[in-house]
Ligand binder design. Structure first.
Ligand code: ATP
Ligand code: MP5
Length: 566
């Protein structure tokens, strides 16, 4: 990192186009820097009530912070966090960093006059509902921001006293500490992490949560400010935060540490979220609780972004994307990709390769047919349940048609196939045939588990979950059908299971599968995050049972006692 840029920003700034510089000077009406002490004049912001702003549907939130081109921290994170909470995001850039998820390489602090121009341009035209302050870098920048705050007095000011990046790189010149201290009383909330809290107090960083809260109390009392002590840097499984008021009142927020390397920008994102929530909720503890819960989900889903090789960003928009993004259209594709292992497992099963090659033992085939018939009886009822839950008439009809079709296939299995491939009673070592004349078949263990799962989802699951649970039977069966039919067409001579394989690749069934997939995507789009998680689980379970179902004949078919029947 180029730390010299922090202390001698004017000299190091890249030359601006002369026209821009000229207009910069003319546009700036802010007085020249004053001593830092003058910024604390007037009552501390934390002591002032935050006015309730009725009708601020989308709070206009200004982030005054540094740029992180990798998008995880700084201005870029703030804009995402503000947007995620329904705010209108604005940004005045204090510093440009060259950084990625691994660290900060260079910092460039543009001429402070231009920052003043940005701030003036915004406040002269736009009503600002809240300000979030992040990386300021130098004392000069802090002074300019302090003067602007003192002059404009935004109704909500959240100050994140950024000093060191997650990567360990310095983001604040050490001699700027006093200027930072001068800014504290202009904020309604100050959000230092544990090391920053120590620096602000001139003490070593706290080594325990109790010590951190104690330091928070000291800082709050000394500057008569509200402090959010953050537990991100603790070496514990817990990750608490605490809101400490100037009078020493402590409000703790419990949190579990999420096991992820993607914590780049958590502090930036949290403070921007707080600045956006406060104008809407007008209550600090509620704002912190909401922001912390949101951040936890953003951390939990951060791996989905796959950004960089170091400490990656949090998933700021995970909730929005889960419901509104084009990505939601491909929920089915995600499930399909997730079951790649199961698809490969099915394709490599002896049952499939022997069926295609015509070498499958009759008893294995007979077992499969019998279990399929048993399965379809329950499957039909679960499709009827999907029909009952369906939100539209078209979907209701589709599932009802599917349920009826299953029963017809079940009848045909018994009538046309099981009569040709009976499970011989003398082979029934596994006890699958019930006793007596016209004996019924019994569910094998896999069929039983599979239908138990389907019935469980049908009983207590949402529509989306029921749809997800029944889909693998359509989709994987259609896939297996395509595979077997291709092999059948290439088969030379008379295939012993030819008549069966011909029925496998039906156009109608492929169409029904496509409809079922589209219904699943629709349900995913309108479902909650929790429901989509339930849908994923239901689909994954059924996909695993599909593998077991195709594997079952070789594992559970009655053992041969008469090799001739094979
Ligand atoms: N692994 C984690 N699991 C859950 N919450 C976390 C985790 N890491 C940080 N947090 C939360 O993120 C917020 C920011 O905390 P932290 O102490 O990391 O601040 P910071 O150091 O300023 O952040 P930054 O990483 O942006 O510098 C807090 O609410 C903290 O509890
Ligand atoms: C521009 C900018 N602002 C703030 C941070 C701190 O965020 P983190 O500590 O997560 O790296 C950063 N890295 N870059």
């Amino acid at each position: 990192m180029d730390t010299t840029a922090l202390v001698s920003s004017d000299q190091d700034a890249l030359p601006l186009a002369s026209t821009v510089q000229a207009s910069t000077v003319q546009a700036s009406t802010i007085p020249a820097s004053t001593v830092h002490g003058s910024l604390v004049a007037g009552s501390p912001a934390a002591a002032l009530p935050v006015p309730h702003l009725p009708g601020t549907r989308h709070p206009r939130v200004l982030s005054i912070a540094g740029s992180d081109p990798s998008g995880g921290a700084g201005i870029q994170a703030d804009i995402k966090a503000i947007s995620a909470h329904g705010g209108y995001a604005m940004a005045a850039i204090t510093a440009l960093t060259a950084q990625n998820t691994r660290g900060v390489r260079e910092i460039h602090v543009p001429d402070v006059g231009f920052l003043r121009a940005q701030l003036e341009a915004i406040s002269e035209d736009i009503s600002i509902d809240a300000v979030k302050i992040g990386m300021l870098g130098t004392a000069e920048v802090m002074s300019a921001v302090g003067q602007w705050l003192a002059a404009t007095r935004p109704p909500v000011v959240v100050l994140d006293p950024v000093m060191v990046a997650t990567s360990g790189d310095t983001l604040m010149a050490p001699e700027a500490r006093n200027a930072m201290l001068s800014l504290l009383s202009l904020a309604h909330l100050v959000t230092p992490n544990i090391p920053e809290l120590g620096v602000l107090l001139g003490k070593p960083a706290a080594s325990s949560w109790d010590e951190a809260v104690q330091q928070g109390k000291e800082l709050a009392a000394e500057h008569q400010i509200r402090v959010l002590v953050k537990g991100g840097h603790l070496a514990s499984r817990k990750c608490p935060d605490a809101l400490v008021s100037a009078d020493g009142t402590v409000h703790e927020f419990m949190g579990t540490r999420i096991d992820t390397p993607n914590t780049h920008g958590t502090g930036c994102s949290l403070s921007a979220a707080l600045a956006t929530l406060m104008p809407q909720l007008n209550d600090w503890p509620r704002s912190v609780a909401r922001a912390k819960a949101w951040l936890a989900r953003a951390l939990e889903t951060s791996a989905e972004l796959a950004v960089g090789h170091g400490s990656g960003p949090v998933n700021h928009l995970s909730e929005l994307w889960a419901t509104a993004a084009p990505h939601a259209d491909s929920f089915s594709q995600e499930l399909w990709a997730d079951c790649a292992e199961q698809r490969a497992a099915i394709a490599s099963l002896d049952f499939i390769s022997e069926l295609a090659a015509g070498t499958l033992a009759r008893r294995h085939f007979a077992y499969y047919l019998a279990q399929d018939a048993l399965y379809l009886g329950t499957y039909s009822r679960v499709l009827a349940r999907a029909s009952a839950l369906a939100p539209t008439e078209a979907e209701q009809k589709f599932w009802a048609g599917g349920a009826q079709n299953c029963l017809e296939v079940e009848v045909s299995l018994h009538r046309d196939w099981l009569s040709q491939y009976p499970l011989e009673r003398e082979h029934d070592a596994a006890g699958l045939l019930e006793g007596g004349q016209g004996a019924g078949l019994m569910q094998g263990p896999v069929t039983k588990h599979y239908v138990d799962h389907l019935q469980g989802v049908a009983f207590s699951g949402s529509y989306g979950e029921v749809v997800a649970a029944v889909l693998p039977c359509y989709w994987l069966y259609a896939e297996v059908g395509r595979m077997l039919h291709t092999e059948y067409l290439a088969f030379e001579g008379e295939h012993p299971y030819g008549a069966w394989l011909q029925t496998y690749a039906s156009e109608e069934f492929a169409k029904a599968t496509e409809t079922a997939i589209a219904i699943l995507d629709n349900a995913a789009r309108s479902g909650s995050v929790r429901e989509r998680a339930g849908m994923k689980a239901a689909f994954a379970h059924s996909a695993a049972y599909e593998v077991d179902f195709f594997a079952a004949p070789h594992l559970h078919a009655p053992a041969p006692q008469d090799t001739q029947s094979d």
